[in-house]
Design a protein around this ligand. Sequence first.
Ligand SMILES: [Zn+2]
Ligand SMILES: [Zn+2]
Length: 389
Amino acid sequence: MVALTVRGEVVTETVRSASRVNWVTTLFLLLTPLVGAVWGVAHIRAVGVRPVEVAAFAFYVCATGFSITTGYHRLFAHRSYECSRIVKIFYLLFGAAAFQHSVLSWCSEHRRHHKHIDRDEDPYNIQRGFFWAHIGWLLVTDHKELEDYSNVHDLTADPWIRFQDRFYVPIAVLMGFVVPFAFGWAVGNPWGCVLWAGIFRVVLVHHSTFLVNSLAHTLGRRPYTLAVSARDSVVTALLTFGEGYHNFHHRFAADYRNGVARASWDPSKWLIGGLESLGLAWNLRRVPRERIVAAQLACDSERLFARVTGCSEYARACLRERFAEMSARVEHAASRLGSVEREFRAAREQWGRRRRARLKQLRAELRSSRLEMRAARLRWRAVLAPAYW
Ligand SMILES: [Zn+2]
Ligand SMILES: [Zn+2]
């Protein structure tokens, strides 16, 4: 609170405290690309690129990148599945090596982002600009003032997560730089491995994650909700380990998938699915297909009727009638497909003599209900597309 004098009257007003630079984070975020560029050019000119450096880089990009997307984000922040202790410890170790703070800090901020999206309390609010959402918010201490961990009680109850929070810096340095050095030393190339699996990798994974807060709120379509800035884009998905279907994610945050369509580029969902097949992950949360389709139809309806405001009341009534008829067909197809999908998943978990035959029958039903769904969607588009343009 501060006292201001306006035309001789003293008024008290709450003002936002001036932003203070977060020097540790700012220096780290500036120096890693700078050191990487200077050292990288000198190193590559001197010795070229060695296969062991590329292998260490690829492993570390995947280990730390997926620890953020499938670990920090989908497991810890959203509880979208459960996993074995060994997988959790892997995420805690390699997630720390990504240098994006501890699980508690990351998840607290991320849950605030979901709860207050596009508003002042959102730490990486895109309404403050692309630069702010991408990296600007990390350079100042504003978000730290709001951090109290009251929204991560479920996580503070876990002793492994508390341990990672307490010893975050030594774990991050150990896993992020010391282990690549030790591996490089074992294969006769310690500093090359630090450069590639340490410096280059940190910069790449940092900006991949940052793009989810900036590009995923700027580029793409909004098929599931128009109420938030988050967007779906395959370009963002390719750059972010599959986190680019952000409109779906903000609408259905508890789902372990971001790219919900089978062909969507979402390697993080494939990794979680792979862990499930190995018995290392379970209770994967999936929003029923019927709810997803209902959200899409509601979104399309909102968009459609916003475009036809200039039409006569009669034309609007005709359009509403056709929309309802087409939507009913799509909903019917979605309901059938959803129930066959659930039956198929349940049958896969059951063992017995008739398992193989039952799975074969359900696969055929899946194929036919997918075709029915596609046909209903095409008909829907064909009838309503002229109204859009
Ligand atoms: Zn977001
Ligand atoms: Zn999220």
